[in-house]
Ligand binder design. Structure first.
Ligand code: C5P
Length: 216
């Protein structure tokens, strides 16, 4: 779980993973989804380097906490090195998706175990997306029905993900992007609306509202 982001787009000063959501740090909620799933056997968290001890105390002894890197890819690369040797399937899950249902975690893991080397949860788009040049002019409008928004957890055969992370300087904003660069097929499964990423201030409001609705 990469959790070393500064959360600058969210504001508030605290690293995003430690921002409270319904009285608990976002990271704790994201970890709970993994703990409640049936398929996760080991959890490694990449924390902000200055907060490794704090995060380790917060999460407890069943979670291995290591120092993250400057970019998300650096954090994931470091976390991969800390996984036990006998693990053959790896899920990479953003700490910034605190309301991810455990059933989504299990669905991704099951698809990898069923033989797909790389699996990502996706949703259709409601907005039209345009490719825009540096001058602000529209270059083209890809057909919306073929576009998908991609979530996490993304699941991989461990050897495939390790090979993808051995590539250097590939521009990718998600883990599957690196795997695509290897030429390995990436399979999509249906994502979950609740697995949205908390990035901008309104996302926090939505997450709080959803939590309040679900509270007993
Ligand atoms: O910045 P963004 O929202 O895309 O970050 C996605 C996830 O990657 C977050 O959980 C964030 O904490 C993590 N991240 C990281 N190391 C970084 C930057 C982001 O672990 N250097």
């Amino acid at each position: 779980m990469p959790a070393a982001g500064r959360g600058e787009r969210l504001g508030g000063g605290t690293p995003k993973a430690l921002r409270a959501l319904g009285g608990k740090p976002m990271l704790v909620r994201s970890i709970e989804a993994l703990r409640r799933s049936e398929s996760v056997t080991q959890i490694v968290v990449a924390a902000p380097p200055t907060l490794v001890e704090v995060v380790a105390q917060l999460l407890g002894r069943d979670v291995r906490v290591i120092a993250g890197g400057a970019e998300r890819v650096d954090s994931v690369r470091r976390a991969l090195r800390a996984i036990d040797d006998d693990i053959s399937v790896v899920l990479v899950h953003d700490a910034a998706r605190p309301l991810t249902p455990p059933s989504l975690v299990d669905a991704v893991a099951a698809a990898v175990l069923a033989g797909h080397p790389a699996v990502i949860p996706v949703l259709g788009l409601t907005d039209t997306v345009k490719e825009v040049g540096p001058d602000g002019r529209v270059i083209r409008t890809p057909p919306r029905d073929r576009l998908r928004a991609v979530q996490t957890p993304q699941g991989f055969r461990r050897d495939v993900l390790a090979a993808a992370y051995a590539l250097q300087d590939i521009p990718a904003t998600d883990d599957a992007g690196l795997v695509e660069a290897l030429g390995v097929p990436v399979t999509t499964i249906p994502g979950a609306q609740e697995a949205f990423k908390v990035t901008q201030p309104p996302d926090l409001v939505l997450a709080e509202a959803l939590l309040a609705r679900c509270a007993p």
